[in-house]
Design a protein around this ligand. Structure first.
Ligand SMILES: [Ca+2]
Ligand SMILES: [Ca+2]
Ligand SMILES: [Ca+2]
Ligand SMILES: [Ca+2]
Length: 501
C-alpha cells in the first residue's frame, strides 16, 4: 500500500505543469523597478537575474521574455569585454520564449517570441534581415564573446529551455558539469556550438545546431553527449571527439549539409581515443564535395559502435569507418545507405556485423541483408530530392528489419517505431507520393519561393519543420496554383514537404 501511494505521488508530481511562478522575471523592454519580481518589474538584463540566483537546493527559476540579451550588459558587467559570459550554477532553470505577460510556462512559444542570448558584444555583426541572428558565419564581425554560457566545475541540475544561443566563439561550455537543454537553437558558434570537457554530461533534445565552424559539438575527456530529436545542419564538424573515452548517444538525430568550409576533419561524426557511439532512427544527408573525402562517420576507437534504423543519403564517400588497430565491434542493422555515387566500400571495418540492411550497389551475404543492386532511389523513398525519406509504398525496406535491436518507441517523425515488423531506415511506414507534384524550393533570404510541377489538381497541404521531427501545416495549396512565396521569420533551418489534407 505504501508503495502504491508513493507511486501515485510520483505520477502526480510528474504530471504537474511547470512551476506556476518563477523566482525572477527578465524582460529587456520592462520599465518598472528592475528587481525581477514580476513581468512589470522585470530585470532588463539576464546577467542581473543570474547574479541573484542561488545554487542551493530548490535553486532558481528565471523566465526571460523575447528579445536579445548580451553577457556584457548589467550592473556588474564590463561593456564589450570578450570574457563576459552568462555563468550558470547548480539548480538553475532558465526558460525563454515569453511575450512578457504569461502566468504559466506552458503559454510561451520560443519560435514566435524568440529569446536570443548573443555573443555579439559590440552589436556590429552583419544582420541584413534584422533578426539579431547570423544567417552564416561571415555575418560575425569584430570581437564577440569567447564563451556565451559557461557551466563550471561540479554544477548540475541545470535546465535551459527555449533559447537561441548565438554568435560566441563557444555558445555553451560545460566543464565537469551536467545540464539539460531543450527547445534551443544553437547557431553561429565560430569555434564551437557546444563544448563538453572533463566528464561533463549534456542531455539535449528538440533542438537545432547550425552554422557552427570548426566543431558543432566537442565531446572530450570522458564526457557524455546524449541527443534526442536534434538537427545539425551547415556545421563544419557536427560532432567531434579527440580526447579519451567520450560517449555519444544519438536518437532521432538529423545531419544535413555536413560541411560549410572544407577544413578540419570533414566528417559528420569524428570520434577518436576510445569513444563509443550509439545511433538510432537517425538521418545523414549529403556532404558537399571534398577534395579528400573522409567517411561520414570516422572512428579510431576500440569501443563498440551500434547503428540501427538509420538512413544515409547523398554522400560520395564511405559511410562508416573505424581505423583503430584493434577496432571495437561495429553493428549495423535496419539501416539504409543510398545515393553513394558508387563509392565503395560503404563500411570499412575488418569484421562488421551487418544485418537487415540495404546498401546501394552492395549485395551483402546472409543475415537478412537486402540486395542493393536492384532498386532505384525513387522506389525506396517518397521524395529524396526534397529530403522526404519516408518510404515509398513499393519500397523493399518496408517490414524488412528486425525488432530485436529496437529500443526507441518512436521513429524520426515521432511516429510509432514498430508497425508490424520494423522498417529499415529512420522512418516507419510508407507514404503514397505518386499523386503529389514535385516541389522546388528556392531560398531568397527573407522569403522562400515554392514551385509545384505540374500544377496540383487537388487540395494539398504544405507542411513545414525546423527539425524534420515535428511537422506543422504551413500553407493550403489549391488546385492549379503552382507558385507560392512565404516569409521566413528566423534563421532556423527549415524543411518543407507536401501532404494530402
Ligand atoms: Ca560582433
Ligand atoms: Ca556591448
Ligand atoms: Ca540575421
Ligand atoms: Ca513496418
Amino acid at each position: 500500500m505504501k508503495f502504491c501511494i508513493m507511486k501515485l505521488l510520483i505520477i502526480f508530481i510528474l504530471t504537474l505543469p511547470l512551476t506556476a511562478a518563477p523566482d525572477f522575471y527578465v524582460n529587456q523592454a520592462a520599465t518598472g523597478n528592475n528587481d525581477g519580481s514580476s513581468w512589470e518589474n522585470a530585470f532588463t538584463t539576464l546577467t542581473d537575474a543570474l547574479s541573484q540566483a542561488i545554487s542551493s537546493q530548490g535553486g532558481t527559476e528565471i523566465w526571460v521574455a523575447s528579445g536579445t540579451y548580451y553577457p556584457d550588459e548589467g550592473q556588474s558587467s564590463s561593456n564589450n569585454d570578450e570574457f563576459s559570459e552568462f555563468p550558470l550554477q547548480s539548480n538553475t532553470t532558465l526558460l525563454g520564449g515569453f511575450i512578457g505577460n504569461e502566468t504559466s510556462a506552458n503559454e510561451r512559444n520560443p519560435i514566435i517570441h524568440p529569446t536570443i542570448l548573443s555573443g555579439d558584444l559590440e552589436q556590429n555583426d552583419l544582420d541584413p534581415n534584422s533578426n539579431d541572428l547570423p544567417e552564416n558565419l561571415t555575418h560575425i564581425q569584430g570581437t564577440n564573446s569567447r564563451t556565451l554560457i559557461s557551466i563550471g566545475s561540479g554544477a548540475e541540475n541545470i535546465h535551459l529551455d527555449g533559447f537561441f544561443l548565438t554568435s560566441a566563439r563557444t555558445n555553451l561550455a560545460l566543464f565537469r558539469a551536467s545540464a539539460t537543454v531543450t527547445n534551443c537553437h544553437i547557431l553561429g558558434g565560430f569555434k564551437a556550438g557546444i563544448s563538453l570537457t572533463n566528464s561533463s554530461t549534456l542531455n539535449i533534445s528538440n533542438s537545432t545546431i547550425t552554422h557552427c565552424a570548426s566543431r558543432g559539438i566537442f565531446v572530450a575527456t570522458e564526457s557524455v553527449f546524449n541527443a534526442d530529436c536534434v538537427t545539425m545542419s551547415d556545421t563544419e564538424n557536427p560532432i567531434i571527439s579527440s580526447s579519451s573515452d567520450a560517449t555519444v548517444n544519438l536518437t532521432r538525430t538529423c545531419f544535413k549539409r555536413i560541411n560549410i568550409a572544407p577544413n578540419g576533419l570533414p566528417s559528420a561524426i569524428a570520434l577518436f581515443s576510445n569513444a563509443s557511439l550509439n545511433i538510432r532512427s537517425s538521418l545523414f544527408l549529403e556532404t558537399p564535395d571534398q577534395s579528400s573525402p573522409a567517411p561520414v562517420i570516422r572512428m579510431d576507437t576500440d569501443k563498440p559502435c551500434l547503428i540501427s534504423n538509420t538512413t544515409f543519403y547523398g554522400h560520395d564517400r564511405t559511410a562508416i569507418a573505424n581505423t583503430h588497430s584493434t577496432p571495437g565491434t561495429l553493428t549495423i542493422t535496419n539501416t539504409i545507405i543510398w545515393d553513394t555515387n558508387d563509392f565503395s566500400p560503404q563500411v570499412s571495418h575488418p569484421s562488421p556485423t551487418i544485418s537487415h540492411t540495404l546498401i546501394e550497389n552492395e549485395n551483402l551475404p546472409g543475415l537478412n541483408n537486402l540486395d542493393g543492386t536492384l532498386s532505384t532511389p525513387n522506389q525506396i523513398f517518397t521524395d529524396p530530392t526534397n529530403n522526404d525519406f519516408r518510404l515509398h509504398p513499393d519500397s523493399p525496406a518496408l517490414d524488412a528489419g528486425s525488432n530485436t535491436f529496437v529500443t526507441e518507441h518512436l521513429d524520426l517523425a515521432k511516429k510509432l517505431r514498430i508497425s508490424g515488423t520494423v522498417d529499415l531506415g529512420a522512418f516507419e511506414g510508407s507514404f503514397t507520393a505518386s499523386s503529389l507534384p514535385s516541389l522546388t524550393i528556392q531560398n531568397l533570404g527573407s522569403s522562400i519561393l515554392l514551385t509545384l510541377s505540374p500544377p496540383p489538381t487537388s487540395n494539398l497541404i504544405l507542411e513545414e519543420s525546423i527539425n524534420l521531427h515535428a511537422w506543422a501545416s504551413r500553407l493550403a495549396i489549391t488546385p492549379n496554383q503552382s507558385i507560392y512565396s512565404i516569409p521566413i521569420e528566423n534563421s532556423s533551418p527549415r524543411f518543407f514537404r507536401l501532404s494530402t489534407p
